[in-house]
Design a protein around this ligand. Sequence first.
Ligand SMILES: C[S@@+](CC[C@H](N)C(=O)[O-])C[C@H]1O[C@@H](n2cnc3c(N)ncnc32)[C@H](O)[C@@H]1O
Length: 321
Amino acid sequence: MQPIEPRDLHATVLLQESTASLLPAPGGTYIDATLGLGGHAESLLEASKPDGRLLGIDRDPEALARAKTRLERFGPRFTAVEGSFSELERIAEQTRHRPANGVIADLGISSMQLDRGERGFSFQSDGPLDMRMGPSVGAPLSELLAEIDEFELARVLRDYGEVSEPKRMARAILAAREEGKLVTTFDLKRVVERSAARRDRNRAHHPATKVFQALRIATNREMEELEALLEQMSAVLLVGGRAAVITFHSLEDRLVKHAFRDEAGPSLPRGLPVEPAIRRTPLAAVNRKPILPSEAELARNPRSRSAKLRVATRVLVEAHA
Ligand SMILES: C[S@@+](CC[C@H](N)C(=O)[O-])C[C@H]1O[C@@H](n2cnc3c(N)ncnc32)[C@H](O)[C@@H]1O
């Protein structure tokens, strides 16, 4: 039997666009904060031949193992670390990948994680209510659902899934929990099918898509992780270095857009006390509008449909305060 190729487990999104945006060059140092199956990492290592180095971080030990095999041929140019990207600064420092010329993050989960029924990410196959990206995440979805109240669940469904009538959906999910009928992903899918608002039933995608997305984001604390990553990106980059982030839903994109400011900000006379908000921001957007997948990519990989790439450059922060 042929071993499964990493590229068959996950089609890398916006590959050329994101690789080019980091301006890879020989001798450069790069960080892939979401290594996954190693698609972006491979491209960056190829583009920075013969001696560019890359650090890959992922929470998922299985993804890490597969990426290591894929990238073995790069020898010591490639370093893999199991960890959360909210620890970017520490990991980059410890592995001597700071300062870096480029950092990339391709958020969310890989198709491999989604397609593994036993991980509980998908309503297409029956599995446990788990959804953890890796052991470091802590509690699985089943524990979150055992403790959450209706108000907070409705907030999660609304904010992370844009679910219509989120209170009604939260009530239905918690009623199934009370009756002991919420054990597997198919149980959850059944509740969603029964309780989805008409507006969500008539969409192109199954109403469980957004509910599962919202619960995955909450289980893995993805918004908190992203905020921590965005805070640390400029600290690991050289001045002039590039940051590239690929997001898959509007809330993530909003955070990235906010962190990659349009303007480098006003330059103020030295010695004045300056509010942090009007200090020069260290990450300035390179492109005002996000870069989207081409028609050809959308046709090849429908899972790329909600992807948005934003790119920023590290600018000098002037010490005013
Ligand atoms: C979309 S996949 C990346 C795919 C990769 N770019 C490729 O081409 O193969 C996202 C990966 O990020 C990892 N991930 C998500 N959030 C993370 C976090 N906070 N810390 C570390 N890894 C994370 C997931 O486990 C997953 O493997």
